[in-house]
Write a protein that binds this ligand. Sequence first.
Ligand code: KIV
Length: 274
Amino acid sequence: MKTVNLFQKLKEKKEKIVMLTAYDYSTARTIEEAGVDAILVGDSLAMVALGYRDTYIITADEMKIFVKAVSKGARNSFIIADMPFMSYNINVEQGLENAAKMIKAGASAIKLEGCNKYILTLVQRCVESGIPVLGHLGFTPQLMNTIGGHKIQGKTAEMTEDILVNAQKLEAAGCFAVVLELMPTESAKYITDNLTIPTIGIGAGNACSGQIVVTDDILGKYTDFKPKFVKKYADLHNVVLESVTQYKNDVKTLIFPSEEESFELSEEESNKLS
Ligand code: KIV
């Protein structure tokens, strides 16, 4: 069973931390089988699995169902549940209550976006209560409306310094690692080099302690848009499209089901029906 200590150990060994998202039982099983270090049940599932317009709509109660499925599929993995928009921002009690729901659903840790006085207090309270917290800085999708869209962060030395200060505050509050999203490689390297906890990059170059991507993106399954930082390892959209089209044609032309895929009565019983 993987624990939170794995993150620090891998950073110390200078071995990259490999993370992927999963939202369902069978994908989680395959990801565990491949030996990925940790799984995030990201709120990206709102768009990728539920077809919502953005991630703002999903609730903690909806997320819980996916956390349950993933934790059943990957029983030996370290599973992190994303806390959705406004499920932890009202007050510490609300944040703790929803974080507890994720742990009870099978997660080992939670992820929160951003850094301010309130978030730091919440991180501290979660950690004191036995809930490990993964931070998330740089581009934070839940703050997209205030940031003003999908914008690369840390584009100047000054902006990079600001992100580092926040990352150090999250580290001091007890985060076990921090996600750095959408920033130049040099900025992510500078932040990584000045932290004790590991950084997990997404669209942040190759100098972070580890990497995370949305699994459906690298498998070519989610085709609504393809971010520049995604490398496609498969084209599942076309594999599924071709297979489903073939199935449809086989049914229409009576090729499926054939004898091979059918059950037969004994001759005696068959004669009674004729
Ligand atoms: O929701 C998500 O999938 C994320 C990323 C960091 C992959 O937050």
